[in-house]
Design a protein around this ligand. Structure first.
Ligand code: 13P
Length: 250
């Protein structure tokens, strides 16, 4: 079965309620491919989740940018998977490199988070990716495989997982991976899943690319056989670009 194309917009720590309303209203008015052929998931900061959830068109979905590793409790500043489900937020982004690198989230911690979120019924966009130093030392595949392994060891069902390959050197830098570079790593990730999980999971799991995706480079990236969509940062705040992305021929 063909993998459904996936376009995610990660707004990171940006925006005011006025700006959020504007983006949502443009998305709502945009003519895009139907929900049958593309999943569209926007991920605002926590505080704007209810606003976006209540005003976004029903064929688009919402994701949180993180959640806590277990049941809520005395964890100041954290948001639990249970709370997201309570607000009908179906998706969560976990393991983004900004959290791995700036907040010290280890592969194991991310794996635990993915497992907990899935066990509660959330769908997970799980991020992996190498730094420039790791790429230059030839460790790219080893790094993304280790990140994926820490997840694979903790889960048994990949149905609700989208794997996002986001090379750290391409995030917010304007230095997009070439289509060949993206395809190579996506191919290796799929091969890893095939060998270490199953042929079925390798074939059905969507592997999306993130890192300086924009309206100009998305078509060529989307044409790669193992690129099943995008996780867009900066360009997803400029709504016109997200709309262009959604028109990528599938
Ligand atoms: O980190 C990203 C998406 O999660 C990518 O960010 P940019 O598109 O701004 O490079």
């Amino acid at each position: 079965m063909a993998r459904k194309f996936f376009v995610g917009g990660n707004w990171k720590c940006n925006g005011t309620s006025e700006e959020v309303k504007k983006i949502v209203s443009t998305l709502n008015d945009g003519q895009v491919a139907s929900a049958d052929v593309v999943d569209v998931v926007v991920s605002p900061p926590f505080v704007f989740l209810p606003l976006v959830k209540s005003s976004l068109r029903p064929d688009f979905q919402v994701a949180a940018q993180n959640c806590w590793v277990k049941k809520g409790g005395a964890y100041t500043g954290e948001i639990s998977a249970e709370m997201l489900l309570n607000l009908d937020i179906p998706w969560v982004i976990l393991g983004h490199s900004e959290r791995r690198l700036l907040l010290g989230e280890s592969n194991e911690f991310v794996g635990d988070k993915v497992a907990y979120a899935l066990s509660k019924g959330l769908k997970v966009i799980a991020c992996v990716g190498e730094t420039l130093e790791q790429r230059e030392s030839g460790a790219t595949v080893e790094v993304v495989a280790a990140q994926t392994k820490a997840i694979a060891e903790r889960i048994s069902d990949w149905t609700n997982v989208v794997l996002a390959y986001e090379p750290v050197w391409a995030i917010g830098t304007g230095k997009v991976a070439t289509p060949a570079q993206a395809q190579e790593v996506h191919y290796e990730l799929r091969k890893w899943l095939q060998i270490n999980v199953s042929v079925e999971v390798a074939e059905s799991t969507r592997i999306i690319y993130g890192g300086s995706v924009n309206g100009a480079n998305c078509k060529e990236l989307a044409a790669q056989p193992d690129v099943d969509g995008f996780l867009v940062g900066g360009a997803s705040l400029k709504v016109c670009i997200l709309i262009v992305l959604l028109k990528v021929p599938l």
